[in-house]
Unconditional design. Structure first.
Length: 333
């Protein structure tokens, strides 16, 4: 059996790529690490550049390069494909289109439809019950978001882009904050200012979308990253923000810690995981500040490595067992 894992770079693999590659190899899979931005077509058969990891080689380590000869591999010669990275913006449309076509013939751990349409903060309104999501406004119109903020300016808010990750451009807006107007202008593309510079719109369409979301006090107590495979909770860890930051993202200086996951949190995470399974998503990282869900992470969610660091237990074998069983069942239907 052969698994293709699509990543941004095979010169520096991340924790997920290493842990899960090693786990699949332990159960006898051939694993190819391939470049997502090198997807191509040969007479409409889809292929990419990559390295086949020798079965008997040493385990892969986060941050290391994949050692081996780079060759081309056809996706339809693999029994499973796992997209663990997002393509670069200027080729993303073509890459997603070719991957979707490839997925008509080859199983993908996470569906292309799910990755394109549900790997966004927009999807929270569909996936989550109302009581588990923060009230939000979404618009590319600065004046609308500014008006909403002013109507409730005695409250704390969070402003952020709907399609970013790793805590990028997430702002905490205090009541009557002196910089809120500037922040909302920036997040929506500074359209008014750019129109002035570009001679009344000659520079083209400028607005960008932003979310204005009510601040959830539960976040201050710390978030939990919950890893769900095939609708089952397999691992989790807590996250404490850096003392100089409101964001608890590990990439922004947050720290992973060992915490308990309560039965209500497990039930909520598995409810979300099962709903995502209906859209072809078999692996997700869910950020929870119970009873609220902050974000869904579908492309390459961290969590397994940090949970192993916090608890001393590697759950990657359990993830692989669940995924193999799920796709084996699908083939038998």
């Amino acid at each position: 059996m052969r698994l293709l894992i699509l990543v941004n770079s095979i010169d520096c693999i991340d924790e997920n790529h290493a842990l899960l590659s090693n786990a699949f190899r332990r159960v006898g899979y051939e694993v190819i690490l391939g470049e997502i931005n090198a997807i191509s077509a040969n007479d409409y058969r889809y292929l990419t550049r990559g390295v086949l990891v020798p079965r008997n080689s040493e385990p892969l380590h986060p941050g290391a390069a994949v050692v081996g000869t780079r060759e081309t591999y056809f996706l339809d010669e693999c029994q499973l494909v796992w997209v663990m990275a997002l393509p670069q913006e200027h080729v993303a449309r073509d890459v997603w289109q070719m991957l979707w076509l490839a997925s008509l013939h080859t199983p993908f751990v996470n569906s292309i439809e799910g990755l394109v349409f549900m790997n966004t903060k927009h999807s929270l309104g569909y996936v989550l019950p109302k009581e588990n999501r923060a009230f939000s406004y979404i618009s590319s119109d600065f004046s609308l978001l500014w008006e909403r903020y002013q109507q409730s300016s005695d409250q704390w808010w969070v402003a952020k882009p709907p399609n970013s990750a790793y805590g990028l451009n997430v702002f905490l807006l205090p009541p009557n904050g002196p910089n809120v107007r500037t922040i909302l202008q920036c997040l929506t593309g500074n359209a008014v200012t750019q129109d002035e510079i570009g001679w009344a719109g000659a520079g083209g369409f400028k607005p960008e979308y932003a979310i204005l979301q009510q601040f959830i006090p539960e976040v201050a107590k710390g978030e939990k990253r919950v890893v769900v495979a095939c609708g089952k909770v397999v691992a989790w860890h807590g996250r404490h923000a850096h003392p100089d930051d409101h964001r608890s993202n590990i990439s922004q200086g947050g720290k992973s810690i060992a915490v308990d996951l309560h039965s209500n949190e497990i039930r909520l995470a598995e409810l979300i995981g099962q709903k995502l399974m209906a859209h072809g998503i078999s692996f997700v990282g869910i950020d929870i500040a119970y009873p609220y869900v902050i974000e869904l992470n579908l492309a390459s969610p961290g969590g397994l490595y940090d949970a192993a660091a916090a608890f001393g237990i590697d759950h990657s074998d359990q993830v692989v067992e669940l995924i193999i069983a799920h796709f084996k069942k699908r083939r038998s239907l």
